[in-house]
Design a protein around this ligand. Sequence first.
Ligand code: C2O
Ligand code: CU
Ligand code: CU
Length: 487
Amino acid sequence: MKRREFIKSTGLSTITALIGSSVLLKACHTEEDMIGEPNWIVEGSFDRPLVFPPIVNSNVQLSAQSISGEMLNGKLTSLLSYRDGILGPVIRTTKGETVSVQLQNNLSEETNIHWHGLILPENMDGHPKDIAMAGASLNYELPVLQRAGTYWYHPHPHMATARQVFMGLAGMFIVNDEEETALNLPSGENEIPLIIQDKRFAGVSLDYSPTDDEIMTGYLGEQIFVNGVFAPYASVSKGWNRFRLLNGSTARVYNLALSNGMPFHVIGSDGGLLATPESTNSIMLAPGERADVLVDFSSQAMGQEIFLISNKFSKYNAQGRQAFNIIKFKVDREVSESFTLPTTLSNIETIPSSSSINTRMFDIAAMIGGMGGGMNRHSINGKTFEMERIDETVQAGTTEIWEFDNMMGDEIHPMHIHGVQFQVLERMGGRNALLPTEKGWKDTILLMPGEKVRLIMTFPEYTGTFVFHCHNLEHEDDGMMLNYKIV
Ligand code: C2O
Ligand code: CU
Ligand code: CU
């Protein structure tokens, strides 16, 4: 594949491709195939109220099934559901509790659930080998021993993860603990989960049908949904609000900002609270990533409308070349209790680089295969996923540095590691810096083309086989996933 550059000629919609020079491997696609036009976002009218998924606690029944639900005004859409509409309930628990989940698979295919960001015993993690056949069920007993944070859950069957997530199977998993409760953060109606996803329709059906090119770029929908509602609005208070942001899209990255330029105060990322709040005007959120943010609307007039938007971030990629609105906030209620942003949120012990006993390097830029007219496949270190092959072996309780290298790559790869939370030591190339959301515990890290990251992590005492993969779910299903074993 070639690095691509797009230029929009003034006043015309013609797109001219300039061909760059970096060639990793012989591509099977012609340049025309690869360029494609992005699926420009279609915005709605932001007049449908945001829906809040129901909250459940310790005993959760989920049945994966194919249903018809209303996703677009007045039309029934076929989709996959854990309950009665798109997206599952928010599972909310406290550190120290055990959550039981009964998954009944009423689909006509295999499924399972991975608890993204939770540190769990191997047989509870939702590895693609631990699957419920059609008609079968799986019981999960989840000992929640980790800190407060915004985690999530979704299916993980090999080569079908993207479609099942896209069709509606996913949900948020919130953990609270004493440290967080003591901060008295905005709660109740002032704590708003926002699960952002792009969707595509064919007639009345949700349409998941990536072409070969869309397996390269990722499948990009034209319509942006929040909590399963297309172009919604949410009522917010004239004061502090807490938004738990989750990018549940298969491939789309959002460059989040507020339309009036107000800052987000980032208080948490994938693995819970940061040490101190970080103010920023923009948050890049890749598939799988979460950001926990506070926004103070007290300077806004009653009735004021502000959009959560995604700004452009790329000139040549298949995405990021368009700014669009995601959800409209209406400031329409007073807050009763006052809140002051704490200066300290949490204690995060930095893992010293010197404690690492091993450095592993992963090349995520190269495509493999493509010989004899076959498709190029996404790979990690030149390998694609094999269910039974152990690719890396690590020692429980030890600390390692893992490097993901996309320096030579021309695609966006959010890399995710199961079974562990890591800290980001540095990002080289490209943006060359750590973002506010990257200063705490993470389980997913975004690599833009030309970037490399160094992560440090201490493996837990749960032995067994876990996966790590690209969270562009088209890439994951294409094989951009490996096994690692904790021994
Ligand atoms: Cu959310 Cu293995 O992924
Ligand atoms: Cu995960
Ligand atoms: Cu990828």
